[in-house]
Design a protein around this ligand. Sequence first.
Ligand SMILES: Cc1ncc(COP(=O)(O)O)c(C=O)c1O
Length: 372
Amino acid sequence: MLIPTTPIPNFIIIIKSLFSATNNIADIDILIKQKKHSRFYPRGSDAIASLSRKIGGKNPVVFVPAYFCNESLSPLRNSQARIVFYSTNMDFTPNWSHINELSKIHTPDMFILTHYFGEVNDIAGAATFVNSNNCILLHDCAHHSYIPTVISSSLGIVMLSPHKIFATSPLSIVTCDEDDTRYLPILRYCNFKKQDITWVTKRFIQKLFFNLLPCRLKAELPSLSSDYVAAELTEQKVSWLSLVFFSAILKNAHKDISARAANYRYMFERVLGAVDNDLIRIVSSQNLASPYLFVLYVDKLLHEKVYVYLRKKCIPVSTWPDLPPEVVAEPELFECAIHQAKTLLFFPIHQGVNKNHIDYMCNSLFEGIKEA
Ligand SMILES: Cc1ncc(COP(=O)(O)O)c(C=O)c1O
């Protein structure tokens, strides 16, 4: 059975929205809730870099959680930011004693609080920290379908990456209260980007030939550390075409969000009934309204074997893609992030996945664990 890695768009809606030639995003309120001032950026990682420069000037100091994908930090590194990694706990919350030690040495301009996998992280702790250090709080909601009210009603700027959740090409929304709008850089627009064309072509081929496509999943765990390639700082522009694609999905966004939540609940019930040992454990909480992936802890001894087994069965299970080299280099300090990178498995539960897919994933998971 082939399981789609990402949701495929409805091409009729996309084509209609192209002809109505609009980037009307009036429906964006369903995603951003109470925060009323929004701007668009090419991707979440670009938004983080642009914001940090606007807030902290030429060499901003940005506090970033250790459990962060290295690739997503490239724009921030290219913009000459000083990145200070802080350690996180096993429940993904910031390790405040480490952070308070760091703040004695570095004066932060921006503090990133990542709300992993559609959960809500320690907002109260982050608010106390940014207030006493006089810096800006950025809620990283890249893993959220929409901004939960508890985040949108709290202090700070919020970043969403809708392309990680919906069938749309890369785009990020940054939203904030009136007082913080001065920190949001205004980017120029271009008609389209190469990435939009690549995205739409790939999805079109997948739509037409999905069942005929051969299974091409690499069955090898990605390496924990990846190299960073420094690039020239180029002028960032927002693609008008990506906004058109985005506006096309907004009308049905609530259906996509409910489908993800229903898939999550179904998988949760199936896995929960089968977990009777310490080797696997469901990581996210049960009542997620805004799930990104189904996160499963699989003991270090089995993790790679189960991953390879599932990938060989064409299940697009994934792991955390990589960690910053600074984190990998200090295994004692960043023990939790490294442990999470070596033990978590992520299963797709997006709107393009159905119950048969989930049954297949669960049955294969149970077989994989037995084999391992
Ligand atoms: C936690 C987190 N924040 C930010 C990003 C960057 O998002 P984007 O892909 O929109 O650049 C990612 C990307 O995977 C992420 O996992």
